[in-house]
Design a protein around this ligand. Sequence first.
Ligand code: S3P
Length: 467
Amino acid sequence: MQPILQKTGEKTGTAAHISENPTPMKAVRSGPLNGTAAIPGDKSISHRSIIFGGLASGRSRVTGLLEGEDVLHAIDAMRSLGACIVKEGTDDDVVWVIDGTGNGALLAPDGPLDFGNSGTACRLFMGLVGAYDFDTTFTGDASLSSRPMGRVLDPLKQMGTQIVESREGGRLPITIHGPRVANPVTYALPVASAQVKSAVLLAGLNAPGITTVIEPVATRDHTEKMLQGFGVPVSVEMDADGARHISVTGQHRLTGCDIAVPADPSSAAFAIVAALIVPGSQVHVPGVMMNPTRTGLIDTLLEMGADIAIANRRLSGGEEIADLTVRFSELKGVTVPAERAASMIDEYPVLAVAAAFAEGETLMQGVHELRVKESDRLAAVAAGLKANGVAHEEGEDWLKVTGDPGGGFGGGTVATLLDHRIAMSFLVMGLASEKPVAIDDAAPIATSFPQFLPLMSGLGAQFGEAQ
Ligand code: S3P
């Protein structure tokens, strides 16, 4: 794990957000990309597999788990709370075997839980322990320490959780202490966030009665689907306004189960966009999760004229998956409506790269949530486009990119700001732009997609060390 320089008082995504040993890297215009991209397991489902497996009674066996730094932090945290988690097998035959504590029976951790760069793990664990009558301290790297936690702490306070200690503005390090008996609430989400939804539902697992989350805009639904798989009564109802009401029954047994984690559509996005923008490419991406709460990027790319063949749709472990074949395409700019944001929230940086190679303007609307990701992604993407001479305009909650299908840009260095998706997106850009694109630090890629560089190189992508 890379130690992180921790400086004080930064807003998300300032220049202080860089690994202690940064790895500068560049991508250069490459020949056609060809072959099969074996994308690692979905990060959201991997986190939930560890948490629900760790909380369940009995044994869970997880295949396809993402072994990125974010998930490794979740594994460490779950072990600190009493779960036994062991990796068995090697290479293509790995199974993570989890013996859970049983619902209601987590142990108080001996020390602070360090979540590194992972907002998802941090917020889900706040919910998980938020209804336990002990102290838990949360720490993280400079990026995570600048992200808002009030969105999770607010509903937890309603459930009886005390904030023992917190930095100004609800920033890490934070210590919380749950009530002796938690109050099951009905909570309407003020932001479209699967992390907040999941945190409240997780706290509800240790509260007597029914805990309900109302989400006006559907966000990724892995928590509610997977909890049902672990045997928890969950109901999902749609009201007259189209809002989803998700209810869990607290203090119910979770029963260990087997989980096959599908390929992460958010990681597949980098190989997909690379194949679309590098002339002559044809890349096969098998087994990608096609859960409709996650496929907004594919919908958008298809509207832009992308040649993406979707074959062999099937079910695996309760999720729909499919095999994609992606060919180089002449893209055209589109308007991406705000309503689609939740289903592609992590994919805007790489969409901006696709847009840079599209004919005309691409307008991304209603994307204010990008400002509180691993970096301020709106600002980070705009700065990267600027450094490489791509025409664009940035608003408070929108981004407009004017493309150049010839890719007559590049030559800049992008500040990655401890943000894996900024790093990977701009490396993808450099594979097709006239001049190379450099990033100041490739180290954050290991948080979600440790195989990114060898996998892309195997398809024909050319990367080199940068100064
Ligand atoms: C995630 C939810 C999203 C997403 C993150 C993973 C999850 O965050 O950006 O990468 O697994 O629940 P928000 O819920 O804050 O939008």
